[in-house]
Design a protein. Sequence first.
Length: 79
Amino acid sequence: MLKKTVYIEFQDRQIPVFCTTISHKNTFSLLKDALNRKLFTGKRAIKKCLDSLISIEIVGSEAILHSKWENDTLALSLY
């Protein structure tokens, strides 16, 4: 299965986003909106993950947020 890599800008950094299929044409817009919303309204655990975010993997309708520390990796629903 072919993986596609796209880079998004988040917190003045280029974050790689890996995905195999895109089920909705606005997936990347939804992702950026969700990340920005969680940055300001999220709990401490998600803010910690976002501060150390190194990559994102889109699986179905979820974004798996990979951080520098494995314990901080989280799943975020896009819809």
